[in-house]
Design a protein around this ligand. Structure first.
Ligand SMILES: [Zn+2]
Length: 105
Protein backbone atom coordinates (compact mmCIF):
# COMPACT_ATOMS: atom_id res chain seq x y z
CA UNK A 1 0.00 0.00 0.00
CA UNK A 2 1.40 3.40 -0.92
CA UNK A 3 0.21 6.70 0.50
CA UNK A 4 -2.22 8.77 -1.53
CA UNK A 5 -0.63 11.95 -0.28
CA UNK A 6 2.46 12.99 1.66
CA UNK A 7 2.56 16.27 3.55
CA UNK A 8 5.77 17.57 5.02
CA UNK A 9 6.21 20.37 7.53
CA UNK A 10 9.36 21.07 9.58
CA UNK A 11 7.64 19.50 12.59
CA UNK A 12 5.94 16.46 11.14
CA UNK A 13 5.26 14.12 8.24
CA UNK A 14 1.65 13.31 7.45
CA UNK A 15 0.79 10.29 5.33
CA UNK A 16 -2.66 9.85 3.87
CA UNK A 17 -3.53 6.21 3.26
CA UNK A 18 -6.61 4.83 1.52
CA UNK A 19 -7.95 3.90 4.97
CA UNK A 20 -6.85 6.88 7.03
CA UNK A 21 -4.00 9.21 7.78
CA UNK A 22 -1.12 9.25 10.20
CA UNK A 23 1.15 12.02 11.43
CA UNK A 24 4.63 11.30 12.73
CA UNK A 25 6.64 13.98 14.47
CA UNK A 26 10.14 14.92 13.35
CA UNK A 27 11.42 13.68 16.71
CA UNK A 28 9.72 10.30 16.37
CA UNK A 29 11.01 9.88 12.83
CA UNK A 30 14.54 10.80 13.83
CA UNK A 31 14.44 8.39 16.78
CA UNK A 32 13.31 5.67 14.36
CA UNK A 33 16.00 6.42 11.79
CA UNK A 34 17.65 3.26 10.51
CA UNK A 35 20.58 4.73 8.60
CA UNK A 36 23.98 3.11 9.13
CA UNK A 37 24.98 5.52 11.90
CA UNK A 38 21.75 5.19 13.85
CA UNK A 39 21.64 1.43 13.30
CA UNK A 40 25.18 1.11 14.65
CA UNK A 41 24.18 3.08 17.74
CA UNK A 42 21.20 0.79 18.25
CA UNK A 43 23.42 -2.28 17.94
CA UNK A 44 25.64 -0.85 20.67
CA UNK A 45 22.57 -0.59 22.85
CA UNK A 46 22.49 3.19 22.68
CA UNK A 47 19.49 5.31 21.97
CA UNK A 48 19.63 7.14 18.67
CA UNK A 49 20.83 10.64 19.51
CA UNK A 50 18.00 13.02 18.65
CA UNK A 51 18.83 16.73 18.56
CA UNK A 52 16.48 18.78 20.71
CA UNK A 53 15.39 20.93 17.78
CA UNK A 54 14.96 18.21 15.19
CA UNK A 55 13.16 19.45 12.13
CA UNK A 56 12.41 17.94 8.76
CA UNK A 57 14.06 19.68 5.82
CA UNK A 58 12.94 17.57 2.91
CA UNK A 59 12.15 14.19 1.49
CA UNK A 60 12.96 12.17 -1.57
CA UNK A 61 10.72 9.35 -2.80
CA UNK A 62 12.55 6.09 -3.39
CA UNK A 63 10.65 4.23 -6.05
CA UNK A 64 7.22 3.19 -4.86
CA UNK A 65 8.28 1.60 -1.62
CA UNK A 66 9.93 4.16 0.61
CA UNK A 67 10.86 7.74 1.28
CA UNK A 68 14.21 9.14 2.30
CA UNK A 69 13.97 11.91 4.89
CA UNK A 70 16.36 14.81 5.31
CA UNK A 71 16.60 16.55 8.66
CA UNK A 72 17.55 20.18 9.21
CA UNK A 73 20.88 19.25 10.80
CA UNK A 74 21.96 17.46 7.62
CA UNK A 75 21.09 13.94 8.77
CA UNK A 76 19.68 12.52 5.55
CA UNK A 77 20.50 8.87 5.11
CA UNK A 78 17.47 7.36 6.79
CA UNK A 79 15.20 5.34 4.54
CA UNK A 80 11.62 4.76 5.65
CA UNK A 81 9.68 2.08 3.75
CA UNK A 82 5.90 2.54 3.84
CA UNK A 83 5.28 -0.50 6.07
CA UNK A 84 7.84 0.85 8.54
CA UNK A 85 6.05 4.22 8.68
CA UNK A 86 2.73 2.46 9.19
CA UNK A 87 4.27 0.44 12.00
CA UNK A 88 5.66 3.61 13.62
CA UNK A 89 2.27 5.29 13.42
CA UNK A 90 0.57 2.26 14.96
CA UNK A 91 3.16 2.16 17.76
CA UNK A 92 2.69 5.86 18.36
CA UNK A 93 -1.06 5.43 18.73
CA UNK A 94 -0.61 2.49 21.08
CA UNK A 95 1.88 4.50 23.13
CA UNK A 96 -0.48 7.46 23.32
CA UNK A 97 -3.24 5.15 24.57
CA UNK A 98 -1.01 3.59 27.20
CA UNK A 99 0.53 6.72 28.65
CA UNK A 100 3.83 8.49 28.17
CA UNK A 101 6.74 6.79 26.50
CA UNK A 102 9.19 5.32 28.96
CA UNK A 103 12.79 6.15 28.29
CA UNK A 104 15.69 3.80 28.72
CA UNK A 105 15.46 0.15 28.04
ZN1 LIG B 1 20.12 8.08 11.14
Amino acid sequence: MTPLEIRLTPQALTLVWPDGSATLSAQALRAACRCADCHAAALRGQAVPVPVATALAGLAPLGHYAVQLRFADGHERGIYPWPYLQQLAATQEATAANGPLRSGG
